[in-house]
Design a protein around this ligand. Structure first.
Ligand code: SAH
Length: 231
């Protein structure tokens, strides 16, 4: 299938991506079929350091430098699904890492939605921008304009662009940072792994006016969220 048959987007390694998505379907990682469609489209290998590219379509986290990891595909699928992403939404992501999760998120909110993503390591932010540009080059048209990468302490959020329809944190916090709750729009949904060093619970917070409802979506394992409202 190299070179055709999937709309031109990231045609390279399309068969491996299709196999990864079949595995995610078997695992019932996502109930929204659009989640699996975008994961079949976004070229994950372009978000992984060259040394790990061969493993890009295995369902496991991979090292991306600075002691950080790109999440396993099933965890990205679970979070994309749990967020309930729709075209036109404005999203804040804390923990850009490789930029992969941000790219998948954008693919679900395009063409008019936008992803603001924050990373505390400047080197990773630069790498993520290069990865997004490579994905655009491979056919994921619009992703560079659709995702804004910023360097900073994401536990403070990004008040200038608030409120956000969706906020997701891809590192584990001691508690959901208050500034993020404050920057969540009415009707908005926030996802954040909460808990100790090695094992956490994925929490989903939904806002209706001033009321915040919290749900426990199950176990997960993320690198720690550092910063003023982190560890
Ligand atoms: N979503 C990423 C995976 C992120 S790993 C991907 O798709 O590849 C978690 C990331 O959170 C790391 O890159 C880490 O540096 C970053 N991080 C940790 N604390 C942070 C903070 N306070 N603000 C912004 N980024 C933070």
């Amino acid at each position: 299938m190299q070179g055709g048959g999937n709309g031109g987007t990231g045609a390279a390694r399309a068969d491996e991506r299709a196999a990864m998505v079949e595995h995610l379907r078997d695992r019932a990682a996502a109930s929204d079929p659009r989640v699996l469609e975008v994961m079949r489209e976004v070229p994950r290998h372009l978000f992984v350091p060259r040394a790990h590219r061969a493993d890009a379509y295995k369902d496991s986290p991979l090292r991306i430098g600075e002691g950080q990891t790109i999440s396993a595909p099933h965890m990205v699928a679970i979070m994309l699904d749990a967020a309930g992403l729709r075209s036109g939404q404005r999203v804040l992501e804390i923990g850009t890492g490789s930029g992969y999760h941000a790219a998948c998120t954008w693919a679900l909110v395009r063409p008019d939605g936008h992803v603001h993503t924050m990373e505390r390591h400047g080197a990773l932010a630069e790498e993520a921008k290069a990865n997004l540009a490579a994905a655009e080059e491979a056919g994921l048209f619009g992703v560079v304009d659709g995702v804004t990468v910023r360097v900073g302490d994401g536990t403070l959020g990004h008040p200038d662009e608030a409120p956000y329809d969706r906020i997701h944190v891809t590192a584990a916090a001691p508690d959901i940072p208050d500034p993020l709750k404050e920057q969540l729009a009415d009707g908005g949904v926030l996802l954040c792994p909460v808990g100790g060093r090695y094992r956490q619970t994925l929490m989903r917070l939904s806002r209706r006016g001033d009321a915040l409802r919290e749900e426990d979506l199950g176990g997960c394992a993320f690198v720690p969220l550092k910063g003023e409202h982190g560890w």
